[in-house]
Design a protein around this ligand. Structure first.
Ligand code: G16
Length: 539
């Protein structure tokens, strides 16, 4: 039976860079989740005939959220839901299922790389028929509606069994439970040369993949161990757990510490990688060697011809403004299109749909291609393994050869976390106001050539977005300042540093960027305004 429930609005349901992300306990407040889902449904309008895909990364509250979602979809007239078995689907697999089935949209319940559990975070990622997260014009509309919502509709029924593959009905709505891994594997087999990868492992190549107790564990076991023949046990933390076993599933040098320690030990495997909570981020490591996400994007792009799906040519490449300029040099050398967009994968979607780009990436450990409309952690790992298989070189050799050819962008990111929203906003506003006056000034030996907000004019829908502030120095170095859009409370200030060198290729980034980091602190008055003399997280 369909019930209409009266509700009162919450006023904080504004989506950030990766959907709506909140503390799990905030999401679990009475009607909070229901209000938000109904706001999306109301934004879409007539739901008759509509088909959506739904799943999550298995974090705490995922099971409850999925049941609520199913019942609300049925009550709101949705024609069909395609659901990952047991309510699990990675973000890239979800985008693939969405596109393959020509569905009208997709919902992935995940706060991505943010910790999970009752005291962690929960989130909703909402994609439309493009397969990518909805543009700001739509998230703004959802937010408006969420502030006025008075009722939601829900089907009164027992919970639906989503543990078995097959089709069933709730009211008039069809529910199809699928194996999300099967479709994903098929897609990867079409892109990469799996035979070459099998040969690589046959020769005794070793890898360690850290799934961080999150959604990619079963995908990684199936692909790396069962299909490609990596040794059993190559995938660690493979069991998705509601609290990720206490791990913070952010694949970077700080949070994937166990993997990093292993890869820097004498027992290290030939190759190391980690994915985040919902499987769209990746970190790449060699033996005692770390590849920055910015370099990874540049290296993958430079080697596109080694991959069957791209061997006939690629359109171009995109990167977020905060990502280093390494890939710009590759794009120039290959004479392909090059686009710099605001942070947020959704900005790549128009560029992919209009055949302007094939590859894209962000400094925040995201790399992907137009095979779907989300970043894809396992895709990036398979791409790296393919380069290794085809060249016979190690991660370190591949990366160092790349620097030898193009020069090196030394790059680091400093995160200042747990800052009040007011302090964060004021710091950015005041810095923006003083940018014009910074021209020609010198800080710690670096002279400013130009300082301006980053403004993006979308070549497809002609929308304009401002995101972050960029300081350009006369030697080609850059500092980018921006507020994170993925936190669940307070503000995080991110400071991105880049210094380019054509000849000096084997320095420690911390040494190369020491003075620039001092300049960054002074320019934005970070200690004075935040009380912090050093960053909380450095990657
Ligand atoms: C989300 C977006 C990414 C973006 C990231 C930025 O990632 O999908 O495109 O790079 O947020 O995070 P922040 O605003 O905190 O710097 P994810 O993996 O969290 O969905």
């Amino acid at each position: 039976m369909i019930k209409t429930i009266a509700t009162t609005p919450y006023t904080d349901q504004k989506m950030g860079t990766g959907g709506l992300r909140k503390k799990t306990k905030v999401m679990m407040q009475p009607n909070y989740f229901e209000n938000f889902i109904q706001s999306i449904f109301n934004t879409i309008g007539d739901l008759r005939g509509k088909v959506f895909i739904v799943g999550g990364d298995g974090r705490f509250f995922n099971d409850i959220a999925i049941q609520k979602f199913i019942k609300m979809a049925a009550a709101n007239g949705v024609a069909k839901l395609i659901i990952g078995q047991n309510g699990f689907v990675s973000t890239p697999a979800g985008s693939n299922i969405l596109l393959k089935n020509h569905t009208d949209g997709g919902f992935v319940f995940s706060a991505s790389h943010n910790p999970g559990g009752e005291n962690g975070d929960f989130g909703v990622k909402y994609a439309n028929a493009t397969g990518g997260q909805v543009p700001t014009s739509i998230t703004d509309k959802i937010y408006q509606i969420s502030k006025e919502i008075k009722e939601f509709k829900i089907y009164e029924s027992d919970d639906i069994d989503i543990s078995k593959i097959g089709t069933q009905k709730l009211g008039d709505m069809i529910i199809e439970v699928i194996d999300p891994i099967k479709d994903y594997v098929e897609m990867m087999e079409k892109i990469f040369d799996f035979e070459a990868l099998k040969q690589l492992f046959k020769k005794g190549f070793t890898m360690r993949f850290d799934a961080m107790n999150a959604v990619t564990g079963p995908y990684a076991i199936r692909i790396f161990e069962e299909i490609l023949g990596a040794a059993k046990g190559s995938v660690v933390h493979a069991q998705p757990l509601p609290d990720f076993g206490g791990l913070h599933p952010d694949p970077n040098l700080v949070y994937a510490k166990e993997l990093v320690d292993f890869m820097y030990s004498d027992q290290a495997a030939d190759f190391g990688a980690a994915n985040d909570g919902d499987g769209d981020r990746n970190m790449i490591l060699g033996k005692k060697f770390f590849v920055t996400p910015s370099d990874s994007l540049a290296i993958l792009t430079d080697n596109y011809k080694l991959i069957p799906a791209y061997a006939n040519g690629i359109y171009g490449v995109g990167k977020s403004a905060a990502t280093s300029t390494a890939v710009a040099r590759v794009a120039k050398a290959h004479n392909i299109g090059y686009y710099e967009v605001p942070t947020g994968w959704k900005y790549f979607v128009n560029l992919m749909d209009s055949n302007r780009i094939t590859f894209c990436g962000e400094e925040s450990f995201g790399t992907g291609s137009s095979h779907i409309r989300e970043k894809d952690g396992i895709w990036a790992v398979l791409f790296w393994l393919s380069i290794i298989a085809k060249t016979g070189k190690s991660v370190e050799e591949i990366t160092k050869e790349h620097w030898g050819k193009y020069g090196r962008s030394y790059y680091m990111r400093f995160d200042f976390e747990g800052i009040s929203t007011e302090v964060g906003d004021t710091l950015m506003k005041d810095l923006e106001n003083k940018l014009p006056s910074l021209k020609d000034k010198t800080f710690e030996g670096f002279t400013i050539e130009k300082a301006a907000p980053f403004i993006y004019n979308d070549p497809v829908d002609h929308s304009t977005t401002q995101n972050g502030l960029i300081v350009y120095f006369t030697d080609g170095s850059r500092i980018v300042y921006r507020l994170s859009g993925t936190g669940s409370s307070g503000a995080t200030i991110r400071v991105y540093l880049e210094r380019y060198s054509l000849k000096d290729l084997n320095q420690d980034p911390r040494d190369m960027l020491q003075n620039l980091s001092k300049a960054a602190m002074i320019i934005a008055e970070i200690p004075e305004r935040t009380g912090k003399h050093q960053a909380d997280v450095v990657t």
